[in-house]
Write a protein that binds this ligand. Structure first.
Ligand SMILES: [Zn+2]
Length: 432
């Protein structure tokens, strides 16, 4: 790759051509590691089940530490269970040297694909190894990180590790347990963490110069456009409402239609109303009812009550607020028309998070130098980066997902795109 390409028009001033001699990533090594990690937690369904702090996750973590040591890098585990990989220090580290943090997560959901998370961690390891082997020094200390329990599939606290690092300890459960009631304390200790020392996992705001995360897109945008690199401008905000609909149960054969207060029928209209706010009214980017439970859920009984969840996402906080109000009003109206009552029993909101313009420009410039078409797009999924954004500027690089699918065994990205993403990550790291 050329390091002397002339800047093209449209490039932000200040984003110069790289004049540092750059070593390239080792393609076989990176793809080989991705394959090796894809064998950890392989389930009967052909996917990967490597829930955070499960046995498979501990195996993957151990392999990452071995790979780092074999590369003459220095791995360590913080109290939250995050794995940090640094270059060996020849002398004492300069006190005021900030960190360039690069990473993602190793844990997966149930029956997942091999790339969500692991790709970003292994690319970060590759970048660190290339920098070390080529003796390249950066203004900031590059540190690779595998965040613990990003998915929250077993212990239901997603972003566990990145929230701890960002200092959001008050939002974490004091004594987390998995879905079967088993406490996290033991598995966390086996992973090298310490629930009683979580405070020590918090990083000061001024300590991180930038955080970079390379990830598969998990959607169809790049593939449809034929673009190789996605420059993420924002990670979507999300509002999740839990809604209870109360009607009256009754005999499905004897209750006349004009005497019914059917919670299921009301809920069905609510599902359609939620779809409409995004699809027809374009009040937010996407809106989903992913869960609907009816009671008593019997084929010959009118449902007396129903519970549904409403998931609203957008990168604009104002639009999120507006669509939530619109959904609440629409559901109340439907309740009024169907003789049911609607109650909003819970609401969780996460704000949209913007990436840093300078990092966006650095990613775009790096893609251009490599001759890779790029485009700006939002992330519809959550990522550790949105937590790290509390304490540092963040940048995110996406590569295309074949068929736009993720969280399924079919999740895939072409080897060429995997390598391109890692090369963009390396060049961006050199620029920061
Ligand atoms: Zn992920």
């Amino acid at each position: 790759m050329s390091s002397s390409a002339t800047p093209r028009s449209g490039i932000e001033p200040g984003i110069d051509t790289l004049d540092i001699p750059t070593a390239d990533i080792d393609a076989d090594r990176l793809l080989g590691r991705i394959e090796a990690f894809a064998r950890i937690g392989r389930d009967a369904g052909g996917g990967i089940t490597r829930e955070g702090f499960s046995g498979a996750d501990l195996d993957a973590r151990a392999l990452l530490m071995r790979e780092a040591r074999a590369a003459s890098l220095v791995p360590s585990v913080d109290a939250a269970g995050n794995i940090l990989i640094r270059r060996a220090q020849a002398g004492p580290a300069p006190v005021d040297r900030k960190v360039l943090l690069i990473g993602s997560h190793l844990d997966t959901v149930v029956n997942a694909g091999r790339l969500d998370g692991a790709y970003g961690v292994l690319a970060a390891l590759e970048v660190l190894q290339v920098l070390a082997e080529s003796g390249t020094d950066l203004p900031h200390e590059p540190v690779a990180i595998a965040f613990a329990n990003e998915e929250g599939a077993l212990f239901p606290q997603p972003f566990w590790g990145s929230m701890a690092l960002a200092g959001r300890l008050a939002e974490l459960p004091a004594d987390p347990c998995d879905h079967s009631g088993q406490p996290l304390r033991g598995p966390l200790a086996r992973a090298g963490g310490d629930l009683d020392a979580l405070k020590t996992a918090v990083w000061p705001t001024e300590s991180v110069a930038a955080y970079l995360e390379l990830h598969i897109e998990q959607g169809p945008v790049l593939e449809r456009a034929g673009t190789r690199i996605g420059v993420v401008d924002a990670i979507t905000g999300r509002t999740v409402l839990t809604v209870d609909v109360t009607g009256a149960s009754g005999h499905a054969g004897t209750t006349p239609m004009d005497h019914r207060r059917d919670a299921m029928a009301a809920a069905a209209r609510m599902v359609s109303a939620v779809e409409r706010v995004a699809k027809d009214d374009a009040l937010c980017r996407v809106a989903t009812v992913g869960r609907l439970e009816a009671h008593p859920n019997s084929p010959n009984t009118i449902a007396g009550s129903a519970r549904l969840t409403v998931d609203l996402r957008d990168t604009d906080p104002g639009r999120l607020e507006h669509v939530e109000a619109a959904v609440r009003e629409a559901l109340r109206t439907i309740a009024g028309q169907t003789g049911t009552q609607v109650e909003f029993v819970a609401a969780t909101r996460s704000s949209p998070v913007a990436t840093a313009p300078a990092l966006r420009a650095a990613i775009a410039r790096s893609a251009e130098e490599l001759g890779l078409a790029h485009q700006t797009l939002p992330s519809g999924a959550g990522h550790d980066a949105q937590m790290v954004a509390d304490i540092a500027p963040i940048g995110m690089i996406f590569v295309p997902s074949i068929g736009g699918v993720s969280h399924v065994p079919e999740e895939d990205t072409s080897p060429a795109d995997l390598l391109s993403g890692a090369r963009v990550l390396l060049r961006t790291a050199l620029r920061v």
